[in-house]
Design a protein around this ligand. Structure first.
Ligand code: KG4
Ligand code: ZN
Length: 389
């Protein structure tokens, strides 16, 4: 491949069908030209969660039009695209297949390189996505700036979504080490299940977030250590009612998470109450506080151990204002990079396209095979060890 303008700021079509969003996006480097993502929530909400076979059906019905629309809104043709980036995993296998098939078909038909992207790398890099097009940062310059930063140290990525809760040590772009992960449920999954216990529908995370925010003025809370447990005690200052929940993994020596015990403790708390309307608000407040205290403790520990130069946040739960505020306090004077909007914290194809742009640039300029560009060897993509995260 010859170096040209595209290699310093490539035009990438990104596709993500990992869960319940059929998403396609075109980026020019870090700048979003289009991000099309019709939601499937209406199909899944009546079942209280994502139904894989329904997700596959909806992806199959929509993928052609979503890609067409993404190209149309970006005012580009497939011929102009430099490469196609697609999520190969993790996610629902039968949903991922739909995006992979479409991406392979386009790459083959238009003779474009295909870039396989790990969905979690997309979330990790999502705070670099520029949706409003005001800043004109070239991928080449961005990577050059960070080359200097990475020479001095590492960044820490915190990914909190419906399927994952992870802390990543970022030693360089494409050089990641997972230093913490959940041993059972993910944080978002726990919030969704707790919301379901309260009859708040699916996905429950945003509803818990909304009700907890509205309830902020009515509550006071403490988080204290008692006999090798860390306990959140919340009091509603109007009703005088108090509630308690334990913070899991508070004394574990590693950076891992656990959320299934918190879900069980929440279930016991709910069944011990008659659960009036006010109590639903208080329960939303306490589950949010307990769940994010665990994230705070682990990120604090990671900061102590690795002294990062930056904190990168990603994943659907990062839309939560309380979580962002807790992590901003941990990071102090260290810069926190947060996705530009809630459209970019949750699943979207712009983050996949951006990861593709960085890998494409790196490949063209260094021919580093580790970045994972595949032209004809499409079948290799889901087995490539260098791409796992
Ligand atoms: O990243 P994402 O869109 O999908 C996965 O890759 O899992 O994350 C979805 C998760 C769901 O659990 C959802 O309830 C949660 O993110 N979520 C939130 C908020 N918005 C979405 N959780 C708490 N507060 C929010 N504002
Ligand atoms: Zn995701």
């Amino acid at each position: 491949m010859k170096k040209n303008f595209s290699s310093t700021n490539p035009l990438i079509l990104g596709i993500d069908t990992s869960c319940d969003e059929t998403s396609a996006s075109v980026v020019r480097g870090v700048k979003v030209l289009s991000n099309v993502m019709p939601s499937q929530i209406e199909f899944h909400s009546k079942y209280g969660g994502v139904v894989p076979s329904l997700a596959k059906l909806a992806h199959t019905e929509r993928i052609d039009n979503v890609v067409k629309e993404a190209l149309k809104r970006a005012r580009v043709t497939m011929e102009q695209i430099d490469a196609v980036a697609v999520t190969y995993g993790p996610g629902l296998a039968i949903a991922l297949e739909v995006g992979l098939k479409k991406a392979k078909e386009l790459a083959e038909k238009f003779n474009k390189p295909l870039i396989a992207i790990n969905h979690m790398e997309g979330h990790l890099l999502s705070s670099f996505v520029e949706p409003n097009g005001k800043k004109n940062i070239l991928v080449k310059d961005l990577m050059h700036d960070y080359k200097i930063k990475f020479k001095k140290g590492s960044a820490i990525g915190v990914l909190v979504s419906g399927g994952h809760t992870e802390i990543i040590l970022v030693k360089d772009f494409f050089n990641y080490q997972k230093i913490g992960e959940t041993e059972d449920d993910a944080c978002g999954e726990c919030l969704d299940k707790c919301a379901r216990m309260l009859g708040l529908g699916y996905p429950g995370g945003p509803v818990i977030s909304k009700l907890a925010k509205e309830n902020k003025k009515n509550i006071q809370y403490t988080i204290l250590n008692k006999n090798q447990s860390r306990i959140v005690t919340l009091k509603n200052i109007n009703t005088g009612r108090t509630y308690q929940l334990p913070v899991p993994m508070a004394f574990s020596p590693n950076l891992n998470f656990s959320y299934s015990g918190l879900k069980t403790a929440f279930s016991s708390l709910v069944s011990s109450l008659s659960v009036t309307k006010d109590e639903i608000f208080d329960l939303c407040s306490i589950i949010e506080i307990a769940a994010f205290e665990e994230v705070r403790l682990k990120v604090f520990k990671a900061f102590e151990k690795y002294s990062p130069f930056e904190l990168w946040l990603g994943g659907g739960v990062v839309a939560n204002a309380h979580l962002k505020s807790v992590l901003r306090k941990v990071s102090g004077r260290i810069k926190v990079k947060v996705p530009y909007s809630n459209k970019l914290t949750g699943d979207n194809a712009s983050m996949i396209a951006l990861a593709g742009a960085l890998r494409f640039n790196s490949f063209v300029n260094s021919h580093n095979p580790k970045v994972g560009i595949f032209t004809k060897e499409y079948e290799k993509i889901d087995r490539e060890p260098n791409l796992s995260l």
